[in-house]
Design a protein around this ligand. Structure first.
Ligand SMILES: C[S@@+](CC[C@H](N)C(=O)[O-])C[C@H]1O[C@@H](n2cnc3c(N)ncnc32)[C@H](O)[C@@H]1O
Length: 365
């Protein structure tokens, strides 16, 4: 256990350490269960549904979640590398030299690192907005924050003291709980130049409501950037095929969504919201069904090489008949595009309330 500098470990640290130790010992059990259930879809489903129900109960009781705890067990270099790569993805997708103004990151999880990079770029305010409190290692957070300040010395002027805890940086605010759910936060917090998220909207209960709400909180000319992963997050794909989870009817799938499990909202549903609101948008494709490996960042669907498109289209044609409704009747693209970055701009003339205007939409879908 690593106490905070200047004080002994408190009850919260002790509980977090115990949870961490328990989780470590559960990892091998989890692998064992995965391999035991790899031969039967229904066995895998019932094990997963029971496990998710237990996790949801435990998380509701303790207020802690494993979702978003990416940095809890990592090393400093790996954390800084992840933070930098997500930040660069945002910057490339936004097409800006530097971020500026007021910015909100939805679902940052256990690190404020990306928020710090926005501040180093020159943003005046960064709001970190998370419905849940991801389990975290405070000492590791401080180490990562210190490393970021060393790389980006302009951050030192924002440090209120020598402890590199998240709370020591001015212009950086954390928001937690129901009032910080993406679905509700933006009703009271508005006028953002940028609203971003990475690997979050697929975990949100009402991602379409959240997207609309975030859009309405943008300033005219403001930009949203969301990386969304519509895959099954390893639930069935390692043992069965990657779209297997789309065979389950909604009612049966429900427990798999609880407390951070992936929802099954596909690309066109997000685009319909943006079209309705009159926002301009662009979609960059990151991964496709039936294709191993990632599509390079910054690739529009129309720029994906023809042989790759052909393989992916054939893949969804082959599996479509197994899928449940509404997935069975979705467009090829909705099933083919499994991970993407959505970039949406509110027009300069649109009122801040975000009511529809005349947006130009990319015709790539
Ligand atoms: C998979 S983690 C991603 C964390 C981080 N963005 C990353 O790239 O590692 C999903 C995050 O979304 C948060 N989240 C889930 N539902 C949310 C909601 N309705 N509003 C805001 N955050 C939410 C979770 O608490 C968690 O921090």
């Amino acid at each position: 256990m690593r106490p905070e500098p200047g004080r002994g470990p408190n009850a919260f640290d002790r509980i977090s350490d115990m949870v961490r130790a328990l989780e470590r010992s559960l990892i091998s059990v989890k692998h064992g269960v995965k391999s035991l259930t790899s031969g039967s879809f229904w066995l895998r489903y019932s094990t997963l549904a029971s496990y998710r129900t237990l996790c949801a109960g435990a998380s509701a009781l303790t207020g802690l979640t494993r979702s978003g705890a990416r940095h809890a067990d990592g090393n400093m270099e790996a954390s800084v590398e992840y933070i930098t790569s997500v930040f660069n993805m945002y910057r490339n997708a936004a097409g800006v030299e530097r971020f500026y103004g007021k910015i909100a990151e939805i679902g940052p999880g256990d690190s404020c690192g990306i928020g710090l990079m926005f501040l180093a770029d020159g943003c005046s305010q960064v709001d970190l907005v998370d419905r849940f409190f991801s389990r975290r290692d405070k000492h590791h957070q401080q180490t990562v924050n210190r490393a970021l300040v060393q790389r980006l010395p302009q951050l030192s002027s924002l440090l209120r003291n020598g402890d590199y805890a998240e709370s020591s940086f001015s212009r950086l605010s954390r928001h937690y709980g129901e009032s910080a759910a993406a679905e509700t936060f933006f009703q009271a917090n508005r006028d953002y130049d940028f609203i971003v998220s990475c690997a979050v909207l697929e975990h949100v209960y009402d991602p379409l409501g959240a997207l609309a709400s975030a859009a309405s909180a943008l300033r005219p000319g403001g930009l949203m950037l969301h990386q969304i992963d519509c895959r099954d997050h390893g639930q069935f794909s390692e043992s069965f095929y990657e779209l297997k989870f789309l065979e389950l009817p909604d009612l049966l799938y429900s427990p798999l969504k609880w407390r951070g499990g992936p929802n099954r909202v596909r690309l066109s549903a997000y685009l319909d919201v943006l079209k309705k609101l009159g926002l301009d948008f662009t979609v960059y494709v990151n991964s496709m069904a039936g294709i191993a490996g990632e599509i390079p960042h910054g690739t529009l669907l129309r720029d994906v090489p023809e042989p790759v498109l052909r393989v992916s289209r054939q893949y969804v044609t082959d599996v479509r008949r197994h899928l449940t409704m509404p997935f069975r009747s979705m467009s090829d693209e909705d099933l083919m595009i499994t991970r993407f970055v959505l970039v949406a701009r509110k027009s300069d003339t649109m009122p801040a309330s975000g009511v529809a205007g005349t947006g130009l939409h990319n015709a790539e879908l």
